[in-house]
Design a protein around this ligand. Structure first.
Ligand code: NDP
Length: 475
């Protein structure tokens, strides 16, 4: 327990919290030391999971002043409990390709924390997936979901399966095998997966079909991101990208600015990237470059979204094909899209895609706003460079929460057998993003770090989860 020597931390106030103490340098140092020792223990217990360590480190650094104000969190070992998933499931996924060859992949579902509701978070199918990636994503998800203010806990899953180049039937067989194990762990009141990298509406359809077949239940609320023909919700497909741009718009509003006329670079060209580009264009900005893992395309006239959708959503092709059709656009293989000068950057591809050298280039090129559509795309060193250069920065756990928020709206519609219009759903999404922005902004101010959205998001998300955990006893 962290004692302050001024107030008696055992006396609770009417809101259930111990009194806020005036904190001394000694208290702060001792809280910091405690955090260091908790972090060392997380590293020891989860060896080799570097992305998970990175995600934990960032949150722990932010919550030092919260622990200092609320010794009851430390007393109940909230941080230690939050860093340990409630349940981790690892399973074999055997499947057969079109030539009859058998493949074995590994499946994961990490049910991180259910203090706020059923576990909720996507599935990622990508060859880089291992336990450390799933745990980092699950950990981030927990605070993100808390920020939405909706009744959803945090979880994440996936597999090291690579859908790229696989036929529809191969993807279907893989999804069926994956669900043949996963079904026993999920349910509308237990754990509700959705999509992420490599898992879009095609995969969700196959997963839902197999769940229904095994359980003999048409349980719409067991998965989100479903197609509109069988229980999906309007705006879910667009929600993460749109939400990221709504968040950017709110940040710009704070300084009396807007996206109108801005040069914007978006990384990736998947679900999040495509709908971020769409919304930037609708709000008057111009996206001049986007990418995939093979390189990037630069189109000074603005990315032609219909062409990009045709290549990526219909043909499942490579970004290079864009420049083959749009003659004035250039394809630059194997280089970082962040070398293209822009005022606003929306990283929407994958974790740690903006490193220190990218950040230095972006600052030198005049970038003033970075809003994460992907999960943890910016390395800690790059975030530091942005902060020192006065570049305003929003972390994914706040800025990309539109996807999971729309999933929660899908669950709500499934539960009431209702179906909302596109315009109504988009308005709801916009309000949710505005609310998350307000929460992060206000919390950063409350803790004396105005404009620090990383601190605001981590502290606000953490407090929501911690209070629910305290209320539910030692579980
Ligand atoms: P998709 O699979 O639809 O698209 C991913 C995109 O990122 C592709 O263009 C892919 O290129 C590119 N990409 C992946 N890895 C790399 C890499 N190492 N270098 C360069 N480009 C890469 O995934 P989503 O759009 O759904 O997800 C993107 C990010 O957004 C992820 O971080 C995800 O966790 C996050 N997110 C997604 C949500 C959702 O609702 N879908 C919700 C919240 C966050 P290629 O095809 O060549 O691999």
């Amino acid at each position: 327990m962290v004692h302050n020597g001024v107030d008696d931390p055992r006396i609770a106030t009417s809101d259930g919290h111990r009194p806020i103490k005036s904190h001394t340098v000694e208290d702060y140092v001792s809280t910091q030391e405690k955090i260091e020792s908790i972090f060392a223990e997380v590293v020891r217990r989860n060896p080799g999971e570097k992305e998970f360590h990175q995600a934990v480190r960032e949150v722990l650094e932010s919550v030092v002043p919260v622990l200092d104000k609320h010794p009851e969190y430390a007393e109940a070992k909230i941080i230690e409990r939050i860093c340990e998933p409630e349940r981790q499931i690892i399973f074999r996924v055997p499947w057969e390709d079109d030539r009859g060859e058998v493949h074995i992949n590994r499946g994961f579902r990490v049910e991180f924390n259910s203090a706020l509701g059923p576990y909720k978070g996507g599935l990622r199918f990508h060859p880089s997936v291992y336990l450390g990636i799933v745990k980092f994503l699950g950990f981030e998800q927990l605070f993100k979901n808390a920020l939405t203010g909706m009744p959803i806990g945090g979880g994440k899953g996936g597999s090291d399966f690579d859908p790229k180049g696989r036929s529809d039937r191969e993807v279907m067989r893989f999804c069926q095998s994956f669900m043949t194990e996963l079904y026993r762990h999920i349910g509308e009141y237990t754990d509700v997966p959705a999509g992420d990298i490599g898992v879009g509406s095609r995969e969700i359809g196959y997963l839902f079909g197999q769940y229904k077949r095994i359980t003999n239940r048409y349980e719409s609320g067991v998965l989100t991101g479903k197609g509109l023909s069988y229980g999906g919700a309007q705006v879910r497909r667009e929600a993460t990208g749109y939400g990221t741009v709504f968040f950017a718009e709110e940040m710009l509003k704070v300084t009396g600015d807007s996206l109108e006329g801005k040069r914007v670079v978006v990384s990736g060209s998947g679900n999040v990237a495509i709908y971020a580009i769409e919304k930037v264009h609708q709000l008057g900005g111009t996206v001049i470059a986007c990418s995939d893992s093979s390189g990037y395309v630069h189109d000074e006239q603005g990315i032609d979204l219909e062409l990009l959708k045709e290549i990526k959503e219909v043909r499942r092709g490579r970004i290079e094909e864009y420049a083959q059709t749009r003659q004035h656009a250039t394809f630059v293989p194997h280089r970082s899209v962040w070398e293209v000068p822009c005022q606003v950057a929306l990283p929407c591809a994958t974790q740690n895609e903006i490193d220190a050298s990218d950040a230095a280039t972006m600052v030198a090129n005049g970038c003033t706003l970075v809003v994460e559509g992907a999960n943890m795309p910016t390395t800690p060193k790059a975030i530091r460079i942005f902060s020192e250069a006065g570049v305003r920065f929003a972390p994914g756990k706040a800025a990309n929460a539109g996807g999971v928020a729309a999933s929660a709206l899908e669950m709500q519609q499934n539960a009431t057998r209702d179906s909302w219009s596109f315009a109504y759903s988009e308005q709801k999404l916009r309000e949710i993003m505005q609310n998350i922005h307000t929460r992060c902004y206000a919390t950063a101010e409350e803790y004396g770090m105005p404009g620090n959205y990383v601190a605001g998001a981590n502290i606000d998300g953490f407090r929501a989860v911690a209070d629910a955990m305290l209320a539910q006893g030692l579980i």
